[in-house]
Design a protein around this ligand. Structure first.
Ligand SMILES: NC(=O)c1ccc[n+]([C@@H]2O[C@H](COP(=O)([O-])OP(=O)(O)OC[C@H]3O[C@@H](n4cnc5c(N)ncnc54)[C@H](OP(=O)(O)O)[C@@H]3O)[C@@H](O)[C@H]2O)c1
Length: 311
């Protein structure tokens, strides 16, 4: 599999990064649960594949369920495969909402313990847009200061901002402390809100991760099975667009999911695309989607079917 250099981090990563919020027991978000064994088998399938990048997070599931499952897979495998990039994210305290620098430290310690590692190539600040108004992520004793100290101590090599908010992400990137940006659901066949953010990050030499190329499932399972886009309420405009795109893809003999995935992986703005899965066979299926040939005329047609193009 091809490798891309993740911005100026020097890390060599594949075009696919596997996401693990799908392994967190988020039944309401995805519409199904996943048991321990299937989750661990899914991560083991990642380790046995050409994929070399995994994304997880401290608050993915109750008491770090996704991280525990990833940690179990690492233990069963006897450690991470050579050259594998494991990334997690720091989170607010799930009970008190505390997102201070002290909490960032505790979040990191919890994650390292669950994962069974003592070092991370990439550590992300997760969803800072949800920090409560009384917390100053930028100030003394705040999250940013703690993350920089963690990096300076060598526990994490590089810092990322992982968020859905373009505006809040940009404020953190402007500090110059971050090497990598992750945005989700906003650079897809249906939504382009993150395009300027990614272009700016590219210009500065940052690594760019585009998460949720299927909008959380709508563009792979179809809007009938997954009517929510980006984990929200049913979105009629997006669902109608996705249906029209599915028809256009079918007429061209291309799975909608292949177009959704390759929209991201083919973009020069994106180093790696973060796809959530919860079954071992998804690795093979996803690699097959990457290899599907897509006629140029289909890209033009899909652009004309975007929700904003249809209004
Ligand atoms: N704030 C943040 O930092 C943030 C936010 C969102 C996402 N992320 C990261 O990005 C990752 C991706 O986001 P996401 O998982 O929410 O959305 P996604 O990748 O757009 O979609 C995931 C959904 O697609 C399904 N899927 C994947 N491949 C499939 C296939 N070949 N056939 C049928 N279904 C398929 C999965 O189903 P199955 O479970 O059945 O495989 C799952 O329901 C997350 O897991 C997480 O690691 C980070």
């Amino acid at each position: 599999m091809q490798r891309n250099t993740l911005g100026n981090t020097g890390l060599e990563v594949g075009p696919l990064c596997i996401g693990t919020s799908t392994l967190a027991g988020f039944t309401e978000t995805y519409g199904y649960d996943v048991d321990d064994e299937r989750a661990v088998e899914t991560v083991l399938a990642v380790f046995d594949s050409e994929v070399n990048y995994l994304d997880t997070g401290n608050n993915y599931g109750k008491d770090g369920l996704a991280e525990r499952r990833v940690g179990e897979a690492i233990r069963r495998r006897g450690g991470l495969p050579e050259g594998f990039v494991l990334q997690t994210k720091v989170d607010a305290d799930p009970v008190t909402g505390d997102y201070s620098g002290a909490r960032v430290r505790r979040s990191l310690e919890e994650s390292l313990e669950r994962l069974g590692v003592d070092h991370l190539p990439v550590l992300a600040l997760h969803d800072p847009e949800f920090m409560s108004a009384d917390q100053d992520g930028f100030g003394p004793g705040g999250a940013l200061e703690a993350l920089v100290a963690i990096r300076d101590e060598g526990i994490a090599d590089h810092l990322a901002v992982a968020s859905g908010s373009v505006e809040v992400t940009q404020r953190y990137l402007d500090t110059g402390a971050f090497d990598v940006v992750l945005n989700h659901n906003r650079f897809t066949l249906l939504n382009r809100e993150a395009q300027d953010l990614f272009e700016g990050a590219r210009d500065k030499g940052l690594g760019v991760l585009n998460a949720a190329p299927y909008g959380g499932g709508m563009l792979v399972k179809g809007p009938a099975q997954q009517p929510k886009y980006c984990y929200g309420e049913r979105d009629e405009a997006f669902a109608a667009s996705a249906l029209a795109m599915a028809e256009a893809c079918e007429a061209a003999g291309v799975p909608l999911a292949a177009a959704a995935l390759q929209f991201s992986t083919r973009s020069p703005l994106v180093d790696s695309t973060v796809v959530g899965i919860s079954r071992p066979e998804r690795i093979r299926e996803t690699l097959a989607l990457l290899a599907v040939e897509i006629p140029p005329a289909l890209w033009v047609e899909l652009e004309s079917l975007r929700p904003d193009a249809r209004i």
